[in-house]
Design a protein around this ligand. Structure first.
Ligand SMILES: [Ca+2]
Length: 267
């Protein structure tokens, strides 16, 4: 999946359209524009641009999520205009009548955007296994190495898969520690559970020489369908390493992949 977004940079002089994928950034467009045509109206590409109506608002979302929604609402044609307000973390779709939004555009998608002071909000898959309590095999199938990269068991749904990590036994506490390419101020952790889910009891991040608890809970049963577990996080943390604690108990818990969300700059 690729996410397209547009970044306005300084004093209505330069707009840069980036194409962001999970793996790479490509700069493909740079131009100077003083104005664009927005749903038939000419709107200046400056901070404080005046528009006249807000038709859809998402609150508490990341900038990437804002643009992702914008694009997915318009698969068949042009993207609607969208804007992102950095301090309120609010996404405006089909936006008119909002001040303090910077407008950028290319020929197919008009996006209003202002830079979040915390820098880019990036999404990453675990790229290394730092440590683990056990694994079913030390070779490939069911090993901790199966946590790396994008989900490959999850697309096949719920069930046993050698493409996911599985512990060596079923009756004790386990842990997994994975690292990511980039340290970020963590805003979310997605755990791809593919067999006997619901057993994660803690999500922690490594910061200043120790692990900080981002979320903890009690495993009370099993989730018998494939799911993405994204617990609400309690605190801030800037890190490139996550620890997950799992209460495996009398069933084979399997986890396919781990994804990290966060800002590249500290708050
Ligand atoms: Ca996997």
């Amino acid at each position: 999946m690729s996410t397209y977004y547009f970044h306005y940079q300084s004093d209505n002089v330069l707009s840069i359209m980036k194409i962001f994928s999970i793996y790479s950034f490509l700069f493909i467009y740079a131009a100077t524009k003083a104005a664009i045509v927005l749903e038939g109206k000419t709107v200046q590409t400056i901070k404080g641009a005046k528009v006249t109506k807000v038709t859809s608002v998402l609150e508490g979302v990341s900038r990437i999520r804002c643009v992702d929604v914008c694009i997915h609402q318009n698969r068949a044609g042009n993207c609607r205009t969208a804007g992102y307000h950095k301090s309120s973390r609010t996404c405006y779709l089909s936006m008119h009548g909002k001040r303090d939004i910077v407008v950028v555009s290319d020929q197919t998608c008009s996006v209003m955007m202002i830079e979040d002071e915390r820098g880019e909000n990036v999404t990453q898959w675990a790229n290394e296994v730092y440590d683990f309590s056990s694994e079913y095999t030390q070779t490939s199938k069911w090993g901790a190495i199966q946590l790396r990269g994008e989900p490959d068991a999850f697309p096949n749904g719920y069930g046993d898969s050698g493409l996911a990590w599985c512990p060596s036994v079923t009756n004790r506490l386990e842990f997994l520690e994975v690292s990511f390419a980039l340290a970020v101020e963590i805003t979310g952790v997605d755990i791809y559970e593919t067999w006997y889910g619901g057993r994660v009891t803690a999500v922690k991040c490594f910061e200043n020489g120790g692990y900080v608890t981002l979320w903890s809970g009690t495993a009370t049963g099993y989730v018998e369908y494939a799911r993405i577990f994204s617990p609400p996080l309690n605190t801030n943390c800037f890190s490139d390493r996550i620890r997950i604690e799992i209460a495996a108990s009398y069933n084979w818990v399997e986890i396919d992949a781990i994804r990290l969300h966060g800002f590249l700059e500290r708050n």
